[in-house]
Ligand binder design. Structure first.
Ligand code: GTP
Ligand code: MG
Length: 193
């Protein structure tokens, strides 16, 4: 994918702020701190279009980015961040659900999980929920640079087992820029369909 333009559009706190116009959207979902914003920046070759923070739980809105005036990336708030109040977490969850269920231009959901660990309870529940939707799914196993190359296959198998899924799982490192071409190949095929 050649990126001609990538722009931040809006940080939406309510559905009425979601962009209109129907450009196809790819949504990135995962636990807080899993690397959603970092991956988005790497895919777009931008240093800090999507805000990355050392503190987890930073992305509290649904952030929309427009690419090549052709499609959108959607950075969803991270789930499972304990330091956020219960009420606030329920509010995020409701907003994410509403987006995933109602959003007509949604072309694919990428669920990010940390390649180092077995999927969390949240990861497993979210994955099961996503599989009930009628939207293509991919799992991106992030931070692959944090384990040895020889361990990658075993970790992917562990994630597959934990999620009990046959969805494609792609190991990726935003840090080392590995796996990005594979992601683009999938997104480009979606756009061509
Ligand atoms: P929230 O917005 O809080 O939900 O987090 P997020 O999923 O957007 O995570 P973010 O991109 O902010 O990354 C969290 C931390 O992980 C940052 O310190 C990143 O530098 C680090 N990180 C992200 N991707 C990678 C990676 O591929 N390798 C390594 N080693 N670190 C990474
Ligand atoms: Mg983020």
């Amino acid at each position: 994918m050649i990126i001609h333009s990538s722009t931040f559009e809006i940080s939406a706190v309510r559905p009425s702020q979601w962009p209109t116009g129907g450009l196809p959207e790819f949504a990135f979902l995962g636990r807080s701190n899993v690397g959603k914003s970092t991956l988005l920046n790497r895919l777009l070759n931008r240093k800090s279009l999507a805000r990355v923070s050392a503190q987890p739980g930073k992305t509290r809105q649904i952030n929309f980015y427009q690419i090549n005036e052709q499609f959108r990336f959607v950075d969803l708030p991270g789930y499972g961040y304990a330091a956020v109040s219960k009420k606030e977490r329920a509010q995020f969850a409701a907003m994410i659900d509403r987006y995933l269920i109602d959003r007509e231009p949604l072309l694919r959901i990428a669920q990010l999980v940390d390649i180092r660990h077995a999927p969390s309870k949240d990861d497993v529940e979210v994955h099961a929920g996503l599989r009930t939707l009628d939207v293509p799914l991919i799992v991106i196993a992030t931070k692959a640079d944090k384990i040895g190359k020889s361990q990658i296959d075993a970790h992917v198998r562990q994630i597959r087992k934990g999620l009990q899924t046959d969805v494609r799982i792609l190991p990726v490192s935003a840090e080392k820029r590995t796996g990005l071409e594979e992601i683009w190949a999938i997104l480009e095929a979606d756009l061509d369909n």
